[in-house]
Design a protein around this ligand. Structure first.
Ligand code: NAP
Ligand code: G4F
Length: 348
């Protein structure tokens, strides 16, 4: 019988790649989606809306990490073999604006799900999307599974709660529960307000004359950036290991926002210094200056290694966003010529 996976955060970047991976491996995938006033399933539409070959192994259910009763109902009905808790208010800057809400979803959401498991009386494997933001003002470089945490944002603090409650349920209830401490990972599906995608969208739009300027915050921050597809593979590998454990997933290379700009703009033959302005609106009350991970445990125990380099990651994102900008330009041209012909007919 096919294994059943339940994913919270299925509409996000990682949720969409993980769904593809699990369907490829023969799983039935259930995704928790939130009711929203506009469509929020763009990243997975290609998987369940193909009229020629709709994948009936993917099913979406309404629920919310802030709503215990929905989580109880979902677990009772689905009884999954594996749960991937990827749902979160995941934007660090925004977490300073909505700290309480971030605590609810990103922190308490995890224990709501864990408690729902106990109430329903099932023992699925459990993956918690932990984050390198736990290290915050880093106490050691590079960061490993043993580096103490020092979160620097409401998001980081909420993730710290979720990390420890996952460890606690593993130890208290003999649950197969893992924390993947993932460093930044990006892709062509990354949300457009995260710095990597903000840069690749802007570089390609500026190239085609669709945008003039790019406003950014701290250009000196350094991150260990990998490709999201490689990282969802690590999630799955953790869940297939003999013992539940916590793992750092990272590339072992740090690059600054400035370097991300260099790499992106050079791929479209532009000099970013002519277009980028620093805007204090994007500064954070407390910044995380440097994140650099050591994933040797994941390599040793799971055999996990990243496949996509920093340069290739930026290239994948630029190639994708260039096509997007070309489509945007073509649509603008169609709209302009329709307006022009309307004006001509109107004048005659
Ligand atoms: P993302 O693109 O922001 O996706 C977040 C997902 O969470 C979306 O599907 C969102 O649904 C869902 N969500 C938000 N609030 C929810 C709620 N109240 N109940 C249920 N679902 C809710 O994030 P991502 O980059 O894929 O990251 C996945 C997870 O890994 C997150 O927990 C993130 O914090 C963590 N993480 C990410 C990185 C990274 O570099 N990407 C690194 C370490 C850890 P809507 O589409 O409806 O908003
Ligand atoms: O792209 P970012 O917003 O990612 P950040 O804060 O590192 O968080 C991401 O990675 C975490 C893993 O470490 C995840 F847990 C989290 O969910 C999220 O996916 O910002 C990266 C850096 C920061 O130092 C920020 O100050 O870029 C700097 N930055 C400079 N200008 C900017 C901007 N960040 C954003 N979002 N927008 C800017 O205009």
């Amino acid at each position: 019988m096919a294994k059943r996976a339940l994913i919270t955060g299925i509409t996000g970047q990682d949720g969409s790649f993980l769904t593809e991976l699990l369907l490829d491996k023969g799983y039935e995938v259930y995704g928790v989606i939130r009711r929203s006033s506009s469509f929020n399933t763009d990243r997975i539409d290609h998987l369940y809306q193909d009229p020629h070959e709709p994948d009936t192994r993917l099913r979406l259910v309404y629920g919310d990490l802030n709503d215990s009763s929905s989580l109880n109902t979902i677990l009772r009905q689905i009884k999954p073999d594996e749960i991937y808790n990827l749902g979160a208010q995941s934007h660090v800057r925004v977490s300073f604006d909505v700290p309480e809400y971030t605590g609810e979803v990103t922190g308490l959401g995890c224990v709501r799900l864990l408690e729902a498991l106990r109430e329903v009386g099932i023992q699925p494997k459990f993956y918690q999307a932990s984050s390198s933001e736990l290290y915050g003002k880093v106490l050691e470089v590079p960061q490993t599974e043993n580096t103490p945490f020092y979160p620097r944002s409401p998001y980081g603090c909420a993730k710290a709660y979720a990390y420890y409650i996952t460890v606690n349920y593993r130890e208290s209830y003999d649950l197969f529960a893992c924390n993947g401490i993932l460093f930044n990972h990006e892709s062509e599906r990354r949300g457009e307000t995260f710095v990597s995608r903000k840069i690749t969208r802007a570089a390609t739009r500026i190239k085609l004359g669709l945008q003039n300027k790019l406003y950014l915050g701290n250009l000196d921050a350094q991150r260990d950036w990998g490709y999201a597809k490689d990282y969802v593979e690590a999630m799955w590998m953790m869940m297939q290991a003999e013992e539940p454990d916590d793992y750092v997933i990272a590339t072992g290379e740090a690059h600054s926002v400035r370097e991300f700009l260099d790499e992106s703009f050079s791929l479209v033959d532009l000099d970013w210094k002519e277009y980028v302005e620093e805007d204090p609106r994007y500064y954070r009350p407390a910044e995380v200056d440097l994140l650099l991970g050591d994933a040797s445990k994941a390599k040793r125990v799971l055999g996990w290694e990243r496949k996509v380099s920093f340069k290739n990651l930026v290239r994948i994102m630029i190639d994708h966003d260039l096509k997007l900008a070309q489509q945007e330009l073509a649509m603008q041209e169609v709209a302009t010529s329709a307006l022009a012909s309307k004006a001509r007919w109107g004048a005659s």
